[in-house]
Design a protein around this ligand. Sequence first.
Ligand code: PLP
Length: 470
Amino acid sequence: MEFEEIQKRIKQITENPIRMIPDETMVKIRKEIEKKCPKSKDLYDEMKTCIPGGYEHQMVINDPFPLTMTRAQGSKMWDVDSNEYTDWLSGAGAVILGHNYAPLREKIIEVLQDVDPALYYTNEWELKAIKQIKKHVPSIELFKFYQSGTEADMAAIRIARVYTKKKKIIKIGGAYHGWSDQLTYDMHVPFSGDMESHGIPSSCFKDTIAVPPNDLKKLEETFKQFEKKKGIAAVILEPLGPESGNIPVAPDFNKGVQELCEKYGVLLIFDEVVTGFRMDMGGAQKYFGIKPDLTTFGKLLTHGHPSAGGLGGREEIMTYIASGIEAQKERVIATGTLLGNPLTAAATYWTMKYLEKENAIEKAAKTGNVLTAKLNDLFERHDVPYFAYNFKSVVQYKTYAAINMDIRIPGNIQQALQRNQAVGRIATAMLSQHKITKRGATAFTTLAHSPEDIEDFIQSFDAVLKMIPN
Ligand SMILES: Cc1ncc(COP(=O)(O)O)c(C=O)c1O
């Protein structure tokens, strides 16, 4: 779907009244889940005595309670009560070969039989993995492993400041770059500023600037504004747009940012934690024809094996991050006990090998296209303003568009929260139909999702749409 069409449809949704699954229906759905999942419910009560809130991950569906899973294989997951689910969350995007893809698992077991992850010393798997990354992503001259996407993004902005000797970092409003102090700002919803920055002194993000999505004019104004002051070190962005394209990127935006960065001597950081290696073996940068100065990775880098994080880019920038006491004076401290361990590095190497061998990116993209088309047919049949669009295997489907509300308009924060509740109800209703989604708004398709899985998803969504009054 074209960008303009997406914008038009979002406007239609946000101008429409909110019709959500009614309370009475939700009571029934919750009861049904409770009946099917008694062990999960008991475990949740116990989990609450060990884990704050009873579960760890933000994207877990927690209404009526988070399920405890025991197994994952291909496109399926099973809970402790032996219920089977089709998983469209795909490890929050960390999986594209399907869960527990046997050839990769076997290679990793082989490595573990040979070598302890706590080796600490350099191992040849690092070299093998990084050679693969360099082969596919030409902007990467040097690469360093980290332990998460959050860490990789932290290292990226730090090195950008040392290299440019400038302080300010620009992020795009609503984008997620992990939970570090300086990047937990204007997250999830544009113009939310420090709304989610609890526990972070405001001084931590005094050098973080959020520019609204797709606003090249504002970006250039900001570059000009700070040109003679401390200056802008870098722009960091999610190449599909904030929240993996839930706020979609305009077709000319990434190119425009690159041109402005070149004009004003600002570094460009591509956060490819979701897109590297989901959009292309060369990352979203290959897809958009961009050569960023720095790129961060996570998730799919290791196909979800620990620890998934990495930062790569131009040699003259990356050398500031070199380890060891002989490194340059201004070296950037950004290290970690487990980074580049043989498990992580081998997982990276073999993930890239199997992605290539299986043509996984294109096959998952094809599934993404089919799912998107079928969802749009379904929405049309139901005569609702909902719609779906996709960036290859990242499928976004908009029902209430909570994230797209302009929260600067009085009353819109409350509306966004209500819309968020309505989306949450769809997620729970889909869960009762044995479908796991990213909070009822995104699906990451994989090699393992079959045409039957797609049909089944559509049937479930059909049943859920029938619960919403006209
Ligand atoms: C674009 C992006 N950057 C960074 C991160 C943080 O990665 P991690 O969860 O590995 O710290 C995420 C996680 O969802 C992400 O989506």
